[in-house]
Design a protein around this ligand. Sequence first.
Ligand SMILES: *Cc1c(COP(=O)(O)O)cnc(C)c1O
Length: 428
Amino acid sequence: MSVVEDKLTSKDAMQMEDRYGAHNYHPLPVVLDRAEGVYVWDVEGKKYYDFLSAYSAVNQGHCHPRIVGALKEQAERLTLTSRAFYNSRLGEFEKYATEYFGFDKLLPMNTGAEAVETAIKLCRKWAYEKRGIPENEAQIVVANGNFHGRTTTVISFSNDPDARKNFGPYTPGFIQIPYNDLDALKQVMEQYPNVAGFLIEPIQGEAGVNTPADDYMREVKKLCNQKEVLFMADEIQTGIARTGSLLAVCGNCSCQGHCERQEATYARPDMLILGKALSGGAYPVSAVLADDEIMMVIKPGQHGSTFGGNPLAAAVGMAALEVVRDEKLAQNARRLGEIFRAEMQKMVESNSLVSLVRGRGLLNAIVINDSEDSSTAWDICVRLKENGLLAKPTHGNIIRFAPPLVMTEEQLYDCISIIKRTIEEFEQ
Ligand SMILES: *Cc1c(COP(=O)(O)O)cnc(C)c1O
């Protein structure tokens, strides 16, 4: 058999996944095989710009040498001990990350959904033990259009029919209000005295890069403070430099985590939920950060995970955060994001197919001028793929654009011309 015949083709790979894998995703028809920085290659060797970044997990760029180096070094030394014993890397990572984000303590998990579950458990326990809410009566407020993961509790407070339908019975204890609506938050807090927390994405990524009013987070924080309600920020997608600041709740501060975060723009959450780029895509690492008053309600045996806080995750997490700071990725995301939106805005004005561009930093989206259930956004993404750029539609007819933050200005302009050319081809 010749070497050529031996080689897996894209078609083979897709057929195999289709035949042997559960159909819980609907991927774009491209089979990726290797990557570096802002680029990915398919099994036939075609090169693409990655404009999804694994839903913002690879902010630091694919296969970042420093992160991969930390992974390799630690993998040969010690990977997993369980938390039955201490390990030599976890404390160091916890010290680094808590100083980096400005919280007393960190609780490590693996996936984003687990970190959200952790925050919910912490909030409830705090409600009963610190705030004196009667047992089993605590309520957590969430927003319409939220995306916080896929566990049974988390989908219980989703309003996406695909995420929810036939997965009941649902976990009680959640109240939904409209996003970016301060009056609704105020009202719900007044009406329900047992509201213990408000769980919110500073920008709703999955819902289509839904970007709230500039002062929304700060006003949310004020309201939460007044009512002794925990402000829980899910920054799994928006955090770690994606939106042009270290966290989306940092507002306009671009200090990269060097400042004391007392700026007027900073809406400090009571609980910060991180995942995705916390590892730069090399390994699943997530965490909840909070101060002692909240974090210390959890005692030994009350929460955990076999892999959470393992030495490999700690080594990778630390390298991933160092890269963000040393390479000034928040500044780069902010600068490139402004260029990107300005160029997309020109397209909106000159083209009837794109009706809106929105976002912050390098988390952006364009809204396609067609009905919600049309396949136009999908078809555009397929054409973008053919032209060498990978992006995926989010809910309805919206396309999210979120490249790795290590992109250069020259690369960005190249991408902008691919997008413009594709949209123009499409309009004809
Ligand atoms: C991706 C994401 C999650 C879930 O993370 P997983 O690692 O997929 O479990 C939760 N919240 C937000 C905002 C996300 O973007």
